[in-house]
Ligand binder design. Structure first.
Ligand SMILES: Nc1ncnc2c1ncn2[C@@H]1O[C@H](COP(=O)(O)OP(=O)(O)OP(=O)(O)O)[C@@H](O)[C@H]1O
Ligand code: SF4
Length: 302
């Protein structure tokens, strides 16, 4: 078979990235963007030198800027392409790019046909100054759409670095859609690091106890049946909603953040949620899976 050349604008940009993790879900609203955000934050926190970026290709519903507290940030154009927005200020180890940064007002909508979406994705991959990265996390729209096909097509020169994580909720209808997502990954030969079951139970805001309001365990069962790794489950956590919806912070939180001196406010708030330790365990499992896929001995979650 003829080998794919790396010498495309996208190939030239992305060859400095070690691992590219595509986060997908069959159904909308299951928490794919919040999982992408938590994945990027946890990978960033996993080592003081980890360089991580998050690319939001959910073009019609970009939510990553809001979840990272970056709404309204401008994107600068340099002679070497777009400069991504840094979520950690001068440390510049956690960068982000989203169509949300390009809209005049955050409530503006993107109504584009397939070819325009395809061109935007090519531009995001090839024209952003990603630099050297350990991980690029890509948040995708729900289902398997033009955006997914464009991603796979444009990233052909770096195919060996691609993998996916599938997010589902425990309900039967979401699991059915997660199966469609899995069959897409199989059709395009995309290795799956594992499955995450989100909104599995509910964290009591009073005592922190996790109760099973709806069914749970469907994701784990699907993973077992399909020979996928089950990365873990995340409960509904009201603290996380407040954080990801970028609600106002209390005065004491603001003081703590100011004391830390970091412009990276979201991470310090995120570290205190009850889902953060659960998510670091998920990242440990995902990195182990990544290691099995790539035989990269340098991968470690500690
Ligand atoms: N484990 C959780 N606990 C509490 N809230 C959550 C959790 N996961 C997601 N949410 C909230 O649910 C809402 C939908 O989540 P999110 O936007 O991540 O879903 P999505 O699958 O990306 O949606 P879309 O289909 O719009 O792309 C958000 O307000 C988010 O903060
Ligand atoms: S889990 Fe405990 S504290 Fe929370 S609502 Fe139920 S009984 Fe009350």
């Amino acid at each position: 078979m003829a080998s794919v050349t790396q010498d495309t604008p996208v190939g030239r940009r992305l060859r400095h990235i070690k691992h590219i993790i595509i986060v997908c879900s069959g159904k909308g609203g299951v928490g794919k963007s919040s999982v992408s955000t938590q994945l990027a934050l946890s990978l960033y926190a996993s080592s003081p030198t980890a360089r991580v970026a998050i690319l939001d290709v959910d073009l019609t519903g970009p939510s990553i800027p809001r979840m990272l507290g970056l709404d309204g940030h401008p994107v600068h154009q340099s002679s070497d392409g777009w400069v991504p927005v840094y979520a950690d200020g001068s440390e510049a180890r956690l960068s982000c790019m989203s169509v949300g940064f390009l809209l005049k007002k955050k409530e503006d909508s993107v109504v584009w046909r397939g070819p325009k979406k395809n061109a935007m994705i090519r531009q995001f991959l090839g024209d952003v100054r990603w630099g050297e990265l350990d991980y690029l996390v890509i948040d995708t729209p729900p289902g398997t759409s033009d955006e997914h096909l464009s991603l796979i097509e444009h990233m052909a020169p770096v195919r060996d670095r691609l993998s996916a994580v599938i997010v589902t909720t425990p309900q039967a209808v979401a699991l059915l859609d997660a199966m469609k997502c899995l069959s897409f990954t199989r059709a395009v030969n995309l290795p799956v690091l594992g499955l995450i079951e989100n909104m599995s139970g509910y964290v009591c805001p009073c005592c922190g106890e996790i109760s099973n309001v709806f069914s749970t365990g469907g994701g784990q069962e699907m993973a077992r049946r399909e020979g996928l790794k089950f990365l873990g489950s995340l409960p509904v956590d009201t603290e996380l909603v407040t954080l990801l919806d970028a609600a106002e912070v209390s005065e004491s939180q603001a003081q703590d953040e100011a004391r830390e001196g970091a412009s990276f406010k979201i991470l310090s708030r995120y570290k205190n949620t009850s889902t953060a330790p659960l998510f670091s365990k998920i990242v440990e499992e995902a990195l182990q899976s990544l290691q099995n896929h790539t035989s990269d001995p340098s991968l470690s979650s500690s």
